[in-house]
Design a protein around this ligand. Structure first.
Ligand SMILES: O=C(O)c1ccccc1NCC(=O)[C@H](O)[C@H](O)COP(=O)(O)O
Length: 216
């Protein structure tokens, strides 16, 4: 079970994540997010992560210039594309930058599963996240702390590994793993005390709960 903790912006929370067994550490490059880090901040943060966990660069409909700047700043292990990138754009980024790509797909109901075949043909990992409800006011395509109905993906036959995300926390991650059997889980809000502020105790609890659930 891979555990990704996302939206880290301080050395101490990164240290806690690594010490607790986080496999992937995500940095958010999206100025509207409370978890956004600029290139210089990210560069200063990644040192301890390299070689201990995969460095994930999360972007939303980024241009080649933005991706190049991130690439030069932190040399990520994988891109997480969290916008409305088409399958063609996913393939292009993968080829141009020579790194694996995880594509986030927003799920609310059955119809949202339809694009999966087109994306799994071009990405390395799928990430299923919650599509915000129609009446929810948010400028964020992810990191909203809301879940989707996990039963929607329970019986999918996928060709690529997938990560489950959206509203996970230390209390519900075991049930989510039991139901969906993902290769990994991804969390942001559920390990925070307020938007953008990671909580070290919640990080420890989340990783422990996820790893325990995967081993039973
Ligand atoms: O976290 C953000 O602020 C964010 C902003 C824009 C696009 C994606 C974002 N986060 C994506 C993640 O990887 C989150 O871990 C995932 O959406 C789950 O978030 P949460 O429901 O808060 O655990």
């Amino acid at each position: 079970m891979y555990v990704k903790i996302c939206g880290l912006s301080t050395p101490d929370t990164i240290e806690t994540g690594l010490a607790s067994g986080a496999n992937w550490i995500g940095f958010v490059f999206f100025p509207k997010s409370p978890r956004h880090v600029n290139y210089g901040e990210a560069k200063d943060l990644v040192g301890p992560v390299r070689g201990k966990a995969s460095i994930v660069a999360l972007t939303v409909n980024a241009t080649d210039e933005e991706l190049k700047a991130i690439d030069e700043a932190i040399n990520p292990d994988i891109w997480q594309l969290h916008g409305s990138e088409t399958p063609e754009r996913v393939a292009e980024i993968r080829q141009k930058f020579g790194r694996p790509v995880m594509k986030a797909l927003a799920i609310r109901d059955e119809a949202d599963l339809a694009p999966i075949p087109d994306y799994e043909a071009v990405c390395d990992v799928l990430l299923f996240d919650a599509k915000p409800p129609k009446d929810m006011k948010t400028e964020l395509p992810g990191g909203n702390g809301i879940s989707f109905d996990w039963r929607l993906i329970k019986n999918l036959q996928l060709k690529k590994p997938f990560m489950l995300s959206g509203g996970l926390n230390p209390d519900n991650v075991a049930e989510a793993i039991r139901l969906t059997r993902p290769q990994g889980v991804d969390v942001s809000s559920g390990i925070e005390s307020s938007p953008g502020v990671k909580d070290r105790e919640k990080i420890i609890q989340f990783i422990r709960a996820a790893k325990e659930a995967a081993s039973t």
